[in-house]
Structures are given as C-alpha cells and as structure tokens.
Design a protein around this ligand. Structure first.
Ligand SMILES: *[C@@H]1O[C@H](CO)[C@@H](O)[C@H](O)[C@H]1NC(C)=O
Ligand SMILES: *[C@@H]1O[C@H](CO)[C@@H](O)[C@H](O)[C@H]1NC(C)=O
Length: 444
C-alpha cells in the first residue's frame, strides 16, 4: 500500500471492477480496496445460501433447499446483451478468459390481463405470435423487416424516414402500430425505461432494436447471456486479471478518510496508512457527503421449486412488465435462473423481481412479478436508496458511480461506466475498436 497509484478504487461492485479492469489494461497502476470481507459490494453474489440468510438476519435450517454451496445468489441480477456494450467492455478488459457464459433461454413481455408472451425472435416468429392480433402482427413484421434492413450509410433503405429527424411516434404511425405494440417494442426490445424516446429522432431506437436482433441472431433463443456461477464471477475475474497487470485487490480494508489537498483528492487513509493516488473511483457508500438520494428500488429474491409454465417452463428467462401495461410509472423486471446457470441447487430455481419504488408499500408494487413466479418457497425483500453523485469529479478527482437501478439488463450500468470513463480519462471509450465477438475473444 505504500507506493503511489494512478487510481485507487473503493468498493468491488460491478461498475468499480469494470473501470478498474479497463484502466489496468490501459496501463494505469491501480489499487482496489473494499471494506467488506467479500467481493461485490451492493452487487455481490451470496454463496453458500446460508450467507444470504445471514445477510437478511434470518437462519436457514438444514438442507431444505439442497446443498447451500450450490447456490450463488446475486443481490442484483442483470443479464448481458450478447453484442452489447458490457460484452465489449469485458472483451476489451480481457476478463472474458476467466468467465463462461450461458445463453438465457427466453425473453418475455407482459401484457395487460396477466399473461406473458415471448418477444418475437424474428419476423417469422412475429407472424406466429399471439402477442398481437392478426393484422397488427403483419404490420409489426413489416416494421421489423424495415428496422433490421435499415443501413444508416444508405438512405435508399430509409423508406421515407430520416433517422436523425423522424420521431419514433411518427415511425410507429407510419407502420400503423398501436400503443401496446409500441409499449413492448420500446420497453422489451429497445429497453427504454420511459417513453421519452417517442418524441426523439428514431436513430437511437433503431440502433437498440438492431442490437437486440443482432444479439439474438448469434445465439437464437434470447439476446441475453449470463455468467456461470453468477455475477459474483466478475469481481473475482477482475481480481485475477488485476494481478496479471500488476494491480492489487485488498478486501476487508476499512477506509477512514479520503485525503484532500486544495480541493482535490491525493490519497486514501486505510488502517492508519495513507496510499497516494492521482484520483479515486468509488461507489456512493464511500462518499456520502458527495451524493444525493434520487429514489429507491425494491427487489425480491425468490427461491422456487418449479419453472414458470406461463414462460414455457424455460430454465432461465427475463420478463419485462412495461409500466404502460399496469397502472405504474416504471417497468417491473422479472428474472429466473436455475442450476443450469450454476446459481441454485438441483431442482430449485432462483427468481428475482425489481422495480423503482412509487408508493409507501414497495413490496406490494412487485405483486404482478411475484404472482408470475408463485408459488414461492421463500423470499427476501430489500428496499435500497438510489444515490447519484453531486460532484462530476473534475475538480475533486473523486469519481463516484450511481447506485444500481431496477433494470435486469446492463444498459444503464454501461451508460454510467462510459460516462465515468470519459470524466476520468478525458476521452470517449471507443467501442469501434473492439472487433472480436465473445466467441472469438474466448478462442484467442
Ligand atoms: C410446464 O410444466 C407443467 C408441469 O410439469 C406442465 O403441466 C405444462 O404442460 C408445461 N408447459 C409447457 C408450456 O411446457
Ligand atoms: C399506453 O400508453 C398510450 C399513450 O402513451 C395510451 O394511449 C395507451 O392506452 C396505453 N396502453 C395501455 C394498455 O395502457
């Protein structure tokens, strides 16, 4: 700890580990500390199952849910888009050599009335789907074929739409799509959190729809991937990677103070010693005087003994419940995983439900998602504050991540990582330079 570092990272949450990994690979000298004696901070995976019970102040008796060590329970479950930015960041940082991914079996969307429907995986599947009526699905198929074949370099493929000017509302109108189809396209395919995109130029939405279908095309069943043994594999992989690049990870290190000089951080005091650094990256819990609360997220972790029949009994899936299909303002996210993902004991399933808190009875807000998973053997409910930094870090050299939101995919996580990378380094992360896909990167 006694030398001088380019960067000291506090907390081993996913965002901190990814930034620390990228900066190490790019040649920075990194010291990474966590006050906890386990990896992952807010986004840890708990193993064995007993440790999850302990975290929630409960006791697990016997082996009623199989062997405790077969469980790896994410406190925050998220899936990667196969060709998405997180996958690219992982490939760039070279951590993929320590990780094995498995495809998620299904991608579903909820429709008013209580049923879930498979998000059509192709224009052919759109025609066979019961998600839409007979005429609507033909219109949706035309829209999908148009979006997939649109080439931003070739105006001949635009068919009267200007991607930089035409709004998404106008695009839906052009194809005659109704508000239900718009809700599921915007929220379960383009993964928007609200409807602000409708009145913006459609280029961003089209890119997101293309990303969904490009990701799907290489794996087939869903565009989502998830690491074997859970998201806790990320911090562990990054810790191993860090050693290769001369960095240091240390757990169980209390942080007493961020040492400041003339308004800028110059080091971190831990266990009475000061390690010097040019900048600090941390999660909000290490800098409570430089963050503000912007909301709350409620999450349920659920132990099940069965797959979900409404979701085709898939061994893993994501379901998005668009706010528009309920009487809510924010979407609800539901995930299911099984022992095939090495996160539960044999014959058990691990479910999660999350959303942004809108009322003073947060658990009740999860009802539609919990009903989908029921009967539930045991559930753990948590309500967490969401913090955002009040300081962009330019002067203080302290770069603070945002708390994790309710989404069950990594799109907003990546927005924050990429924004922090820009503030830290002064240059935009160039995704174009990552030429390999995941399979190619793993073969190297
Ligand atoms: C799902 O599993 C249940 C119970 O085994 C079975 O009755 C049902 O037919 C299955 N549904 C599908 C779509 O496979
Ligand atoms: C979804 O929102 C649109 C307006 O954005 C509204 O016209 C429509 O009725 C809503 N659909 C449902 C099912 O609530």
């Amino acid at each position: 700890m006694n030398s001088e570092y380019d960067v000291i990272v506090l907390g081993t949450g996913l965002k901190e580990c990814i930034l620390s990994g990228i900066l190490s690979v790019e040649g920075r000298k990194v010291l990474h500390l966590d006050r906890n004696n386990y990896y992952g901070a807010e986004s840890a995976s708990m193993s064995p199952l007993e440790s999850l019970y302990t975290l929630f102040g409960e006791t697990l008796e016997g082996e009623k849910y199989g062997r405790g060590r077969d469980w790896n329970v994410d406190l925050i479950t998220k899936f990667l888009m196969a060709h998405g930015r997180l996958t690219k960041l992982l490939i760039h940082s070279d951590v993929t050599r320590y990780l094995e991914f498995k495809q998620i079996e299904g991608s579903y969307v909820y429709k008013k009335g209580g049923n879930v429907y498979k998000v059509p995986a192709s224009d052919k599947e759109a025609l066979a789907s019961s998600l839409m009526g007979i005429f609507e699905k033909r219109r949706f198929r035309n829209f999908l074929i148009w979006a997939q074949s649109l080439n931003f370099q070739d105006p001949k493929t635009f068919q009267g739409v200007d991607p930089e000017k035409t709004t998404m509302t106008e695009v839906y109108k052009k194809f005659g799509l109704d508000s239900n189809t718009a809700a599921f396209t915007g929220h379960a395919i383009a993964l928007y959190l609200d409807d602000g995109y409708l009145e913006k130029p459609c280029a961003d939405a089209i890119k997101r729809i293309k990303l969904y279908y490009d990701s799907l095309s290489s794996y087939g069943k869903s565009p989502y991937l998830y690491p074997l043994y859970g998201l806790g594999e990320f911090p562990q992989g990054f810790a191993r990677l860090s050693a290769v690049y001369g960095g240091t990870y240390m757990l169980d290190k209390p942080v007493e103070e961020l040492v400041m000089e003339n308004g800028a951080v110059v080091g971190v005091k831990s266990g009475g010693e000061v390690a010097k650094a040019k900048c600090v990256i941390c999660d909000p819990s290490y800098c409570s005087d430089k963050v503000k609360k912007v909301g709350q997220v409620v999450r349920a972790i659920c132990i099940l003994k069965h797959p979900v029949a409404k979701a085709g009994n898939s061994s893993s899936f994501q379901t998005i419940i668009p706010a528009n299909q309920t009487d809510r303002k924010s979407d609800i996210y539901v995930c299911l995983l099984s022992n095939l993902n090495q996160v539960s004991a044999k014959d058990f399933y691990l479910g999660s439900v999350s959303t942004l808190v809108e009322t003073n009875n947060p658990e009740a807000e999860l009802k539609i998602g919990l009903d989908l998973l029921s009967p539930i053997e045991h559930k753990f409910i948590s309500v967490k504050d969401i913090f955002e930094p009040t300081d962009d870090g330019k002067a203080s050299k302290i770069f603070i991540s945002k708390s994790y939101d309710a989404t069950s995919h990594f799109e907003t996580t990546c927005d924050d990582i990429v924004d922090m990378y820009f503030r830290i380094t002064g240059s935009k992360f160039d995704f174009e330079k990552i030429k390999l896909n995941l399979d190619e990167a793993k073969k190297q």
